[in-house]
Design a protein around this ligand. Sequence first.
Ligand SMILES: *Cc1c(COP(=O)(O)O)cnc(C)c1O
Length: 365
Amino acid sequence: MAEPAAARLTIDLDAVAHNFQVLAAEAADAEAAPVVKADGYGLGAVAVARRLWAEGARSFFVARIAEGEALRAGLGRDRAATIYVLDGFSGQAGARLDAASLTPVLHSVPQIAAAAAWAAGSRRPLKVALHVDTGMNRQGLTPEEALALAQGRSGFPSLDVDLVMSHLGSGTSPDDPRNPAQLTRFMEVRPEFPDARASLAASAGAFLGKAYRFDLIRPGISLYGGGPFEQPDARLKSVATLTAPILDIRHLRPGDIVGYGSSIRLDRPARVAVVAAGYADGVIRAAKAGGYGWLDDAKRPLLVVNMDLTVIDIGDADAAIGQPVELLGRHAQLDDLAAAAGTVAHEVLVRLSRRAERSYLGEID
Ligand SMILES: *Cc1c(COP(=O)(O)O)cnc(C)c1O
């Protein structure tokens, strides 16, 4: 057999670089600051960040402190990027943030108090970002808390506020009135921090027009090939490609029941391929309803997704044992699979597992 019987995951750093340049062009005068949380959406934060540093990125966002520490170590001291940690500051965080030169994104009054106390103890100002909740109701200071802070009523001179940011709850729905409502609230807070940069947009917000871009955009998913509006976007290139070889080709008859349970009962003859990948490799089980693989230049419906095996309906495709089927990539599109599975592209990517053999295309730098 020509191909090894294993799923392969290829991560195309040239495509990441292309997508970054698309976003940077869309950002115009604003800085495009890649979000590489969750190990770069599962695709390798250090590889992605090193490549994007070479492309001109100078600020990055992670969620957890440990992600920031790993990124700092991976970038090396000569790449003096600003690394923002969305989790912010907790009691024990000061020394770790300091050691790895990480910038916490503070999102509550207790976090601000803890950061200020730590900075006062270390006798030098601490660079921080502030997250203001403008209507997503997930994380961030209320606009009133932010205004009170800015006006010094709860003044913390030990903090050097470098960035004031907020996050859109409905950016992927461009016509949702929640977007302009959040924008208006952000614009009320932003002038109170004249020395700080401002940021509102993630991938989706970056495409909502100039008003949403401020000084810095924080794209994540669109760097990794996901369309900003949860559908494939021709401007972006596919980054992650999952392929797996055909193990067997079978001819099934009307009335045959495929796989576990009896929900897939054929009402017609079918030619199916059994492919060597399953949800243990990151093929989402729920994607069988409407999801597809790509073989012989056509979409081939997923019938069954099990842990190690996926059965697809290959019709009259030209197919042979050992031949690879694309389960995610340029043709089996990320946003289509996410939609079929009732999820978002972000979840599809972070579920790609370590079992699939990984390789990178393009220069890491
Ligand atoms: C995850 C995240 C982003 C990136 O969002 P995408 O939809 O992946 O572009 C930006 N900002 C914040 C606060 C986030 O949590």
